[in-house]
Design a protein around this ligand. Structure first.
Ligand code: NAP
Length: 251
């Protein structure tokens, strides 16, 4: 029997991470679903994942906490085996502002979660995937945002800048590990119906702006999950350092 791929989805309890976890389970991946605080929703996703007949563990950790991330990967090693697929999905959005209102404390938190979390998770994944470390290769998908291209003026400058860093990280890491059997790609979602907009202070934001979008609608998390799952899979075997916009024509 061929061993199943083993995926970690950070922020898998809700939104795009939840949709990705369910799609990966349907496609035969064993899963570790990471979450920050929403245990009940994580348990519900785990139950749906287990119904596909794959293995699934939950792990509470703040991706900005390096020691916690290291423990999470070690727990995966024990329970599922070394990770072969990583989805760096967890991220944070804070209330809308413009540059006059920004503070160092806010920037540190935003970049610690959105950028630092993805770096440290990628480090732990490469330590397990790379040929030079005895790994069998693997695939990483970073969830960026179309905001990395627009800059989100008057709304989310800091969030957009953190996603710009993710785009740069994706390109550089892909080149660094491409001869080590590890592919690294990104998706840039546009406006997707998830709870994240509540954290930004405007739960109905997608409906407010959707008429201005080329397709005239927001996206469903499953439409982003499709692109993530493709990039993660062997079907995308010649793609690395690439990004796919999933944004209904906004670019
Ligand atoms: P969401 O619905 O707000 O879900 C966020 C997920 O991340 C939850 O599972 C949450 O866990 C987890 N999380 C948050 N902070 C964390 C931390 N410090 N450590 C570990 N987990 C953490 O978000 P979403 O809209 O699905 O966003 C997913 C990704 O897509 C993000 O990278 C986001 O930037 C990107 N994106 C979203 C949109 C959009 O329109 N929604 C557009 C572009 C890009 P709990 O449930 O425990 O809180």
């Amino acid at each position: 029997m061929t061993a199943r791929p083993i995926a970690l989805v950070t922020g898998g309890s809700r939104g795009i991470g939840r949709a990705t976890s369910l799609m990966l389970a349907e496609r035969g991946y064993d899963l570790c679903i990471n979450y920050l605080s929403n245990q009940q929703q994580a348990i519900e996703v785990q139950a749906q994942v287990l119904a596909f007949g794959v293995r699934c563990m939950l792990y509470q950790a703040d991706v900005a906490d390096e020691a916690g991330v290291v423990k999470m990967f070690r727990a995966m090693d024990k329970e599922l085996g070394p990770v072969t697929a990583l989805v760096n999905n967890a991220a944070l959005m804070m209330p809308q502002l413009n540059v006059e209102q920004v503070s160092s404390a806010r920037l540190l938190k935003m970049f610690a979660v959105n950028v630092g979390g993805s770096f440290i998770c990628a480090r732990e994944a490469v330590l397990r995937m790379a040929f030079k470390h005895g790994g069998a290769g693997g695939s990483i998908v970073n969830v960026s945002s179309l905001a990395a291209l627009t800059g989100s003026p008057n709304e989310y400058l800091d969030y957009a800048a953190s996603k710009g860093a993710i785009d740069t990280f994706t390109k550089g890491l892909a080149k660094e590990v491409s001869r080590e059997g590890v592919r690294v790609n990104a998706v840039r979602p546009g406006l997707i119906y998830t709870d994240m907009h509540s954290d930004g202070g405007e739960p109905d934001r997608v409906n407010r702006v959707k008429e201005g979008l080329p397709m005239g609608r927001g996206g469903d998390p499953s439409e982003v999950a499709e692109a993530i799952c493709w990039l993660l899979s062997e079907r995308a075997s010649f793609s690395t350092g690439d990004s796919i916009n999933v944004s209904g024509g906004l670019n």
